[in-house]
Design a protein around this ligand. Structure first.
Ligand code: AMP
Length: 281
């Protein structure tokens, strides 16, 4: 039998509903337009927690002035259907006014590690992310919170914030869920037009090329970056923003690969900005 899902919006409603949840409570923060990547995190949370709460909030403070906040996909009816099928207990859909009331001026910022990769390309992005996630944590008080490896830097930054601010929350990172042809699922994939859809597999192909080189013994960071760039260059619809071979923990670029390593990239395919990554070692 399908469990009835409760949908709440205000903080007061959330609080009342939260008090009735059996622990441990798992939180899966999302921006909606749910897909199998989000649902995999819900399933993971359901395996490990007595109650699971999903939040859907397109957080305005993590979008830059020139980014796609207005056209970011919103699909609340379908999100409700998918959420009900997934079997979570509570769906929280805060409003922007509820999260950022007039006069709001407290920000949560993580340092050094937010200045590379996505942080370098999207100034202010991680300040928006950490601020909203800190607010979600304070409101929900989950025992565990679930994030996707797809957004590797985000997961690392949130882990750091959780440790530095002593949130008593375990951060769990679930694997990247992909289409059959390797394209990482993303709410933004629906923007890909015609031939852009197959061109978008170039991110996965270039990560695989670098992984193969690594498995054959390549440990030179610059060479691994070149392998990725060379594959990306073969795709005329792809416009590379960055390609990185960085230390998994510090996210600093590596000259020589030794321990756990993050290969990552941001690539425009047409007007759609896609990111993807692999972890080595
Ligand atoms: P978003 O709605 O894009 O903010 O994503 C919400 C959560 O789902 C984040 O923790 C993402 O890392 C995660 N996520 C997004 N896409 C995927 C995917 N393809 N596989 C696994 N997790 C994902």
């Amino acid at each position: 039998m399908t469990r009835q899902i409760l949908v709440v919006s205000t903080l007061a409603e959330l609080d009342t509903a939260r008090q009735k949840l059996a622990g441990p409570v798992g939180l899966v923060p999302t921006m909606g337009a749910l897909h199998a990547g989000h649902i995999s995190l819900v399933k993971l949370a359901l395996e490990e927690c007595a109650s699971v709460l999903v939040s859907i909030f397109v957080n305005p403070t993590q979008f830059g002035a020139n980014e796609d906040l207005a056209k970011y996909p919103r699909a609340i009816e379908r999100d409700l259907e998918l959420s009900t099928a997934a079997g979570e207990d509570l769906l929280w859909t805060p409003t922007a006014e509820g999260m950022y009331p007039p006069g709001f001026q407290a920000w949560v910022e993580v340092g050094e590690m937010t200045r590379t990769l996505e942080g370098a390309m999207r100034p202010g992005h991680f300040r928006g992310v950490t601020t909203v996630v800190a607010k979600l944590f304070s409101a929900v008080r989950p025992d565990r919170a679930y994030f996707g490896q797809k957004d590797a830097q985000q997961a690392a930054v949130i882990r750091q914030m959780t440790r530095d601010l002593n949130f008593p929350i375990e951060i769990v990172v679930g694997p990247t869920i992909r289409e059959d042809d390797g394209l990482a699922l993303s709410s933004r994939n629906e923007f890909l037009q015609g031939p852009e859809r197959s061109a978008a597999t170039v991110l996965y192909r270039s990560l695989n090329a670098a992984k193969t080189a690594y498995e054959k013994g390549e440990r030179d960071g610059e060479k691994l970056r070149s392998v990725m760039k060379d594959t990306l260059a073969l795709e005329p619809l792809a416009n590379v923003q960055y390609v990185s071979c960085a230390d998994y923990a510090t996210l600093q670029e590596l000259a020589h690969v030794e321990g756990k390593t993050l290969l990552s990239m941001a690539v425009f395919v047409g007007k759609t900005r896609l990111i993807d990554n692999f972890v080595l070692g």
